[in-house]
Design a protein around this ligand. Structure first.
Ligand code: SF4
Ligand code: SF4
Length: 336
């Protein structure tokens, strides 16, 4: 275990000699991952509004340009080689979300754009010390007091404590002084005590599996659950595990630019085809989002759910609908 006084964080980050992204408050007070430079402060808030997934899977990125001249097509690649970079302060839920995204983007056919960034990233997670009522990571077996990553960090009143989990992580913190684990253990005990009392921490997900797929799909309560949904897509844009995107082309006048941007299964034109719309009403679109996270994804991924209990959709949905309400309405009997 290594130790660093909080007052020395800036000099430590500077000594890393590579880009570092950390959660910092923007002028409107919202925490977001920001490239560190002197003066950029680590947020005091529990988590960012949008997750660190943006650093691997940006909201919009150019893939390739096509330039047509004299009946020849020039292809201009945007697949730049990344430099190593550090993401500092990722919470346990968001670190677990990377593993879910990996299952999508790194399985055959591998997404080269995502992989390039993933291979060059060093992840320093930050244990939680004050989880909020909207958190329910424990329902997915995630320990917010001991997150994964190349390095795990704990922040106490005056110091950071770091533990390396990989060879890359060991190199990153090799120059720091040794520290005593007792402060970390005390914080972990306190955090786990809070986690054990959170209202949704024991969310019962029994029955959300492939064996009950049609029973869940045909449940008549999707109608009342989806009735007020605005189809705004906020829940998908703040979600660290949502990974749907659209690929489009734009004529700049000089080139044809092919780009991809996040899409949302909650939108009325999502999956719309020339033959029609397979999900014609919000009921089907709403059901798709939750069936994907709670039934289809685990059915195809060794039982791993497509949710990490970060609580963002509980905080941000304008009509106060969220995955917990869905799981409680349609899910396991243990939800009371
Ligand atoms: S569930 Fe809520 S956040 Fe998601 S699309 Fe519907 S209204 Fe918007
Ligand atoms: S569905 Fe909601 S709680 Fe689950 S990971 Fe996405 S935003 Fe977080």
């Amino acid at each position: 275990m290594k130790k660093l006084p909080i007052t020395e964080l800036d000099s430590f980050l500077k000594s890393l000699n590579m880009p570092v992204y950390l959660p910092s408050d923007d002028p409107s007070g919202q925490a977001k991952f920001t490239r560190w430079a002197e003066g950029v402060q680590l947020t005091q808030q529990l988590n960012t509004v949008r997750s660190a997934k943006d650093l691997f899977f940006p909201q919009m990125e150019n893939l390739v340009d096509f330039k047509v001249q004299d009946q020849k097509i020039e292809i201009i690649e945007h697949r730049n080689v990344s430099e190593n970079f550090v993401i500092f302060g990722v919470r346990a839920c968001d670190a677990a979300a990377f593993e879910i995204l990996d299952r999508v983007f790194l399985s055959d056919p591998v997404d080269g754009y995502y992989k390039e960034r993933r291979d060059h990233a060093l992840i320093v997670t930050m244990a939680c010390s004050a989880p909020e009522e909207t958190c329910f990571c424990t329902a997915f077996g995630i320990d917010a007091a001991d997150p994964k990553g190349d390095v795990t960090a704990w922040k106490t009143e005056d110091s950071f404590f770091f533990r390396a989990n990989t060879g890359k992580g060991e190199k990153l913190i090799a120059g720091l002084a040794d520290g005593d684990e007792s402060a970390v253990q005390a914080q972990q005990a306190q955090t786990r005590e809070i986690l054990s009392k959170l209202p949704n921490g024991k969310l019962d997900l029994t029955g959300f599996d492939g064996a009950h797929m049609m029973e869940k799909f045909n449940d008549s309560r999707w109608k009342e659950l989806s009735e007020a949904c605005l189809g705004c897509g906020t829940c998908t844009f703040v979600c660290p595990t949502c990974q749907c995107y659209d690929v489009r082309e734009f004529n700049t006048g000089d080139t044809i630019q092919r780009f991809r941007c996040w899409d949302s299964c909650m939108y009325s034109d999502f999956t719309k085809m020339s033959a029609g719309q397979p999900r014609p009403t919000q009921l089907e679109r709403f059901r798709q989002r939750f069936m994907h996270k709670l039934v289809y994804f685990p059915d195809n991924n060794d039982g791993v759910y497509g949710c990490v209990g970060c609580g963002r959709c509980l905080q941000k949905c304008p009509i106060h609908m969220n995955i917990v309400k869905v799981a409680k309405t349609i899910g396991g009997e243990g939800n009371g």
